[in-house]
Ligand binder design. Structure first.
Ligand SMILES: Nc1ncnc2c1ncn2[C@@H]1O[C@H](COP(=O)(O)OP(=O)(O)OP(=O)(O)O)[C@@H](O)[C@H]1O
Ligand SMILES: [Mg+2]
Length: 585
């Protein structure tokens, strides 16, 4: 477990050290504060020793007032330094929190498709936020508690040593035992803190999953069921939290015991030394004040350790993600993809999402420059999977995919994806305006260009009727639009992108025949001079293509033009006869 703390500290430190001046200044001020904090104990000694010097009247008064002036001076200094520390801390912390969350976010976005199918959006959101907040928690403890504790322990030992090495020895042994006990308890407790953090995440994930499916819950009257699921995970969280908090309380109790013992032993030894004439009244005051000050620092040490470990447990999940290697990375020295002709070759491609089950088996397919190809085949045959491989959302298990002779696993992912336009099976939109959603295809496009694209995709008509036109927000994932409208927005986005290779995964499936035929026009226009792959079930779409490729069980089983394919029995002919009904000759 210590390993995960190390990596968390490493990540935090990388971000903190971006502010070297501020952090050094803060450290300096903190050390100064804590050294200055030791002075009152010494002044107390002088104060009390003054009574035993035999001075009386005016002389005594002026000595005492002299000490008093010092005490006031020291406190004034402390007050000033404390403000300085506050301001510096206020400068550093928010900056580092924002930097950390930014790093986490940017890192997440580089993870691959599989990462996002394996992780709940809700959990990830929670993890990113917790990562930043955990820093605040940890840094607060370090700045306001740990540095203080450290300096005051060292300072007290030094002061004691100057007065009596015996006292210093007693204090050293005590500090050692105190630290060991705390360390062991904290280490043992960490695994429960980690479970607590995981339960936090699980609860967040369940919430997001349920709220995201609120309509399904209502539709299937699932409220009680969902409430019970949420209750169940929270009940586990409650048990774990109660347990770890109780552990903390036990630890607090043990620490309080430690303090009684030290206090008792110290005073006992002091009395003996005093009787032997080896100590002054002032020394008594010194020891007492110094111990009280030390205990004040240590009294919530258990809570400090608890907060620290809570912080580390909270940060760990995000640190794990930061340390997780990306599934897909650009090869060293990867070049940009160059598309001049738009020829695509699948060579003996095999692929499975997980090790066990293969989805594609030795699939070979050559798509000529600017050819328009339709993929057809039964549901689950692997059509969308082929597209995901072409976009390199996954790497092929065996074989290769090349575009104009360049292996797609050897070019940069960015260049590949900017030259292939995909309208996916289920287009999801950002909760932003329609304008922003379409412009996402080419973010430097002007409003005019966006509107031109949406006219081509036949969305201009419905967008103009929305309450705020192009400035209407479409709801989370585009829920405020109909399925067909969402598809047309996605098509407009692809039109705007205008990449040389176009892939449509059943992009017209949610459209009624009339809108579809309108879009067919637009697509026809769009497809000119591009290599196109269309996954479609509708004959009207399919028949416009140069070639039809039949995919079954992850392999190409048939290919040809419409005329060729209806010449023999097979999947295509079956599909044709079902859809064309009785009109077949
Ligand atoms: N992310 C994934 N992880 C694991 N298995 C997956 C994943 N996506 C798809 N599959 C599996 O791969 C197989 C092929 O899926 P694919 O989406 O390619 O089918 P399809 O031919 O596009 O079907 P449809 O016509 O219904 O869209 C399916 O059996 C599916 O269960
Ligand atoms: Mg599909």
């Amino acid at each position: 477990m210590s390993l995960s703390i190390n990596s968390t500290i490493k990540v935090y430190w990388q971000h903190v050290k971006r502010y070297p001046l501020a952090i050094s200044f803060l450290l300096l001020v903190l050390v100064a504060i804590n050294i200055l904090n030791l002075v009152p104990a010494l002044l107390n000694k002088q104060f009390f020793d003054a009574f035993t010097t035999g001075q009386t009247g005016q002389a005594l008064a002026s000595t005492l007032i002299g000490v008093l002036v010092w005490i006031v001076g020291v406190n004034l200094g402390l007050w000033l330094l404390q403000r300085l520390a506050d301001v510096t801390n206020n400068y550093i912390q928010p900056r580092v929190i924002v930097d950390l969350e930014q790093t986490a976010f940017e890192h997440l976005l580089n993870h691959s498709y599989r990462f996002f199918t394996d992780n709940f959006a809700g959990s990830l959101v929670k993890k990113i936020h917790r990562f930043g907040r955990a820093f605040e928690r940890i840094m607060d403890q370090v700045t306001w508690k740990l540095v203080q504790i450290f300096v005051s322990i060292v300072g007290t030992i030094v002061i004691f040593y100057l007065r009596s090495p015996l006292f210093a020895g007693i204090l050293c042994i005590w500090v050692f035992l105190f630290a060991v006990v705390n360390f062991i308890v904290a280490k043992w407790k960490l695994k429960y803190d980690l479970i607590r953090a995981e339960l936090d995440t699980e609860s967040g994930g369940k919430l997001a999953d349920a709220i995201g499916n609120a309509m399904t819950i209502q539709q299937f009257v699932g409220k009680k069921f969902e409430a019970a699921r949420f209750w169940e995970v929270n009940a586990r969280w409650r048990k774990m939290v109660t347990f770890t908090w109780n552990l903390g309380s036990v630890n607090d109790g043990v620490q309080a015991g430690f303090m009684f013992v030290l206090q008792g032993v110290a005073m006992y030894v002091a009395i003996n030394l005093y009787v032997q004439g080896k100590m002054t009244l002032g020394d008594f005051a010194l020891i007492q004040t110094a111990l009280v000050a030390l205990f004040m620092r240590l009294y919530d040490f258990g809570r400090v350790i608890r907060d620290l470990y809570d912080g580390f447990a909270d940060a760990k999940e995000m640190v794990d993600i930061l340390e997780m290697p990306y599934e897909l990375v650009d090869k060293k020295g990867a070049k940009k993809l160059q598309v001049k002709k738009g020829e695509i070759n699948f060579k003996k491609v095999s692929f499975g999402y997980s090790n066990g089950r293969m989805i594609l088996h030795d699939m070979t397919l050559d798509i000529k420059p600017r050819e328009k190809v339709a993929f057809i085949g039964p549901s689950g045959a692997g059509k969308s999977t082929v597209i995901k491989l072409l976009m390199r959302f996954f790497d092929v298990t065996k074989g290769s995919i090349t575009i104009d002779g360049q292996d797609i696993s050897k070019v940069t992912q960015e260049s590949l994806r900017s030259l292939v336009s995909l309208v996916p099976q289920d287009s999801l939109l950002f909760h932003r305006t329609v304008m922003e959603n379409i412009r996402y295809g080419r973010r430097e496009a002007s409003d005019k260009e966006v509107i031109a694209a949406s006219k081509k995709a036949h969305c201009h008509e419905f967008i103009s009727e929305l309450s705020h036109g192009y400035d209407t927000k479409v709801g989370e994932r585009g829920v405020k639009l109909s399925g067909g409208e969402r598809q047309r927005v996605a098509i407009a986005r692809a039109i705007l992108k205008n990449a040389p290779i176009l892939v449509l995964d059943e992009a017209t499936s949610s459209l009624d025949s009339e809108s579809e035929s309108l879009i067919q026009d637009a697509l026809h226009e769009l497809m000119k001079s591009k290599t196109v792959i269309v996954i479609a079930h509708r004959l009207s779409t399919i028949m416009q293509m140069d070639r039809i490729v039949v995919i079954e069980k992850g392999a190409v089983v048939d290919a040809g033009t419409h005329e060729e394919l209806i010449q023999h029995e097979g999947t295509y002919k079956k599909l044709w006869s079902i859809q064309a009904g009785g009109f077949l000759p």
